[in-house]
Ligand binder design. Structure first.
Ligand code: NAP
Length: 332
C-alpha cells in the first residue's frame, strides 16, 4: 500500500475549487474545523476560462474570472484551509470516516462536500479552442455583455441554454444567429416560442459549425448544411457554444446517487444519499449555474456539514460502522 495508506483525517474535505468549493472552505475553516480542499490539477473551475465577470456582486467595474478565483483561494487559505492540487480519483463511502483517494494519497473525512462542478461541452474544433476567450465562449451571461453593440453573435445548440443565451444576447447585439444541427429545437416550449418569435433571432437549421474563423478574435463561422452539404460563412463577432454541460462526477459513478445526466442527487437540503456527504454548485445544480449561486450553495453545504459534526453524527456513524448497523440511505 505504501503511499496509498490513509494518512490524514480532516473534519471537512471539499472536492473541487470553484466558487462552491472555496466558499465552503471559508465557512468550514472559520468554524474552526480542520478543512482540506482537493483543488484538482487545474484549479479554479469554469471561471478560469472566462474574461471579465460583471455579475458577481462586490466588483463595480467587474473582475477577471481568474483574478476572482485567485482571491477566493487566498481568502480560503487565510481562513486556514489546507489546499492540495491533486485530483480526487476515487472515493470509498462504505466506510467511516469517509475515504477520498487522490493520485497519491488516501484522505479521511468526517464530512465531505462534493463541489467538482461541471464542464461545458465544446465542439472539439481546433479553431474553437484557439479562440476561447477571444470571442468563443460557453457562457453568454458571463461574456455576452463584452460584445455590447456588436453586429452579430452566433449561438450553437437547440436546448434551453441556447435559447436563453440567444434571448439574452438580443439585448446586447444587433442580431443573433442560432445554428442547430436539427430542424427541431430541444428547448422547452416557452423558450422556443420566445426565441422563434423574436425578430432579432435568425435560425440556421440542420447545420453544423465546421470552423470558427478569425486569427486573434472571432470574425465568423463556416457552417455546413447536413442535408444539402452546402457550406457558407456567417460573419459574426462572438460564438457561444451551448451544447450542454457535463458534471464532473466520473469518479463518483456507482459510489453515490447520480441522476441520468450524471448530476449528484441531493436530499433534505444538500445532503446526498450518503450520510455526511454533501454536494454544492454546478455538480448538483443544472438550473442556475452561476458563480454567485455556486458560492451560495457552497456556503449552505458547509453550514450543513458543520451542523452534522456539531450534532455528533461522526461519533454515531463510527459506532454504526463498527457494529455493522448502518442506517439505510434514501432510495433513488
Ligand atoms: P441540452 O438540453 O442537452 O441541449 C444541448 C443542445 O445542444 C441540443 O439541442 C443538442 O442537439 C445540441 N448539441 C449537443 N451536442 C452537440 C454537438 N456536438 N454539436 C452540435 N449541437 C449539439 O443542454 P442545455 O440546453 O445546456 O440544458 C441542460 C439542462 O439544463 C436541461 O435539462 C435544460 O432543460 C436545463 N436548463 C433549463 C433552463 C431553464 O429552465 N430556464 C435553462 C438552461 C438549462 P440535439 O437537440 O440534436 O440533441
Amino acid at each position: 500500500m505504501g503511499a496509498k495508506e490513509p494518512n490524514s483525517l480532516y473534519d471537512i474535505v471539499i472536492i473541487g475549487s470553484g466558487p462552491a468549493g472555496y466558499t465552503a472552505g471559508i465557512y468550514a475553516a472559520r468554524a474552526n474545523l480542520r478543512t482540506l480542499i482537493i483543488a484538482g490539477v487545474t484549479p479554479g473551475g469554469q471561471l478560469m476560462l472566462t474574461g471579465l465577470v460583471e455579475n458577481f456582486p462586490g466588483f463595480p467595474e467587474g473582475v477577471q474570472g481568474p483574478e476572482l478565483m485567485d482571491n477566493m483561494r487566498l481568502q480560503a487559505e487565510n481562513a486556514g484551509v489546507e489546499i492540495i492540487y491533486d485530483d480526487a480519483v476515487d472515493v470509498d463511502f462504505n466506510t467511516y470516516p469517509r475515504k477520498i483517494m487522490t493520485t497519491d494519497k488516501t484522505i479521511l473525512a468526517r464530512a465531505v462536500i462534493i463541489a467538482t462542478g461541471a464542464s461545458a461541452k465544446w465542439l472539439g474544433l481546433e479553431s474553437e479552442r484557439r479562440l476561447i476567450g477571444r470571442g468563443v465562449s460557453s457562457c453568454a451571461t458571463c461574456d455576452g455583455p463584452l460584445f455590447k453593440g456588436a453586429k452579430c453573435a452566433v449561438v450553437i445548440g437547440g436546448g434551453d441554454t441556447a435559447m436563453e443565451y440567444a434571448l439574452f444576447l438580443t439585448k446586447i447585439v444587433e442580431k443573433v444567429v442560432v445554428v442547430h444541427r436539427r430542424d427541431m429545437l430541444r428547448a422547452s416550449k416557452i423558450l422556443q416560442e420566445r426565441a422563434l418569435n423574436n425578430p432579432k433571432i435568425e435560425f440556421v437549421w440542420n447545420s453544423i459549425v465546421e470552423e470558427v474563423l478569425g486569427k486573434d478574435r472571432v470574425e465568423g463561422v463556416r457552417v455546413r448544411n447536413k442535408l444539402t452539404g452546402e457550406e457558407r460563412v456567417l460573419p459574426c463577432n462572438a460564438v457561444f457554444v451551448a451544447i450542454g454541460h457535463a458534471p464532473n462526477t466520473e469518479f463518483l459513478k456507482g459510489k453515490i446517487h447520480l441522476d441520468e445526466a450524471g448530476y449528484v442527487k441531493v436530499y433534505n437540503g444538500l445532503e446526498t444519499n450518503v450520510k455526511g456527504v454533501f454536494a454544492a454548485g454546478d455538480v448538483h445544480d443544472k438550473r442556475y449555474r452561476q458563480a454567485v449561486t455556486a458560492a451560495g450553495f457552497g456556503c449552505m453545504a458547509a453550514m450543513e456539514a458543520i451542523r452534522f459534526i456539531e450534532e455528533g453524527w461522526p461519533e454515531r456513524l463510527e459506532k454504526e460502522y463498527q457494529t455493522g448497523r448502518v442506517e439505510e440511505a434514501p432510495s433513488a
